[in-house]
Design a protein around this ligand. Sequence first.
Ligand code: GLU
Length: 362
Amino acid sequence: MLENSKKIVIKLGSSTIVDSKGHFKNEWIKSLIKDIKTYKKNKNFVIVSSGAIALGQKYLRIKKKKLKIEMSQAIAAVGQIHLAGEFQKVFEKNSFKTGQILISLDDTEQRRRALNVKRTFENLFKLNAIPIVNENDTTATSEIKYGDNDRLAARVAQIIGADTLIILSDVDGLYDNTKKKKLIKEVKIIDKNIYSLSDKKINSYGSGGIETKLDAAKICINSGCKMYLANGKVKNPIKNMIKNKIFTCFIPKLSTLDARKKWIISSLNSSGKIYIDMGAAKALANGKSLLAAGITNVSGKFNKGENILIVDQDDNHLARGLSSFSSIEINKIKGMQSSILEKTLGYSTKSEVVHKDDMVKL
Ligand code: GLU
């Protein structure tokens, strides 16, 4: 299963690395490292690990589960040191170097920053150090937060061009809705039916649940990255998953999209919407750029270069792209022929509102 993989991201949920008493699961991590050693040849590994808040709570003796964001920021600041320290100790004992990367939402959602993140990973690989990643919980506020590490791990996998993401959780995978709750071995399309299998249950520490794992799978499927959802409660979780074939595998689409377009299609948020008429929708379907003439309306506030959704009059999502104009400018030029844009705005501009190279059809 992993033989042909070159870059593997392993995501560990809080309940996989912190036991019920709040301690770092040292023995379990050792068993994971043993698995990594088995497969490490010619591969790069990345660990995305939660647990900062859980370890911080233990150290600070805070039992309360529902925390205010300001408090969880501070607890994460305390816990992250412990988390990174534990990883560093146990990896070093096994002759692995590690490096810590704390990521904020904008680091993956703004193109320039995402490329910068990619370079840091590449250089860590050159140094033969395993990146240990978590969300930068200490500065993340509720509006600008992943909140769960599943989507974070998928976005990292996509940005660094990983071919495999393994999410280790407290379930064997995704179960169907029959009485016997059979494990689904393979998923190719993530639609409403698949989402209906999510039971919204989350474990005692994690903030994810199945739903965010499906969101992660969606990103992977669009990025050419295989995603496995498997049980991290057992020791040697990778070996176990491969040997016993207990997991759900999300198979990526064969995609012709380049890295930039893969990044655009998997964006986690959009700053606004551009409404277009039927003529423009047809042009988009034929692979053309979006011109001002076909725009009927715009919602949300955004600057040039931001990620937006292109929708029809019934709000159907037609495409996602980077706008070459701000929402204020679009309001001024909507419905106009491209030849009069410069005259209207009073300065020189591009003629496409969203260029086809900056757009992905949905
Ligand atoms: N980043 C959070 C932590 O390290 C956990 C997020 C999650 O549960 O996925 O505590």
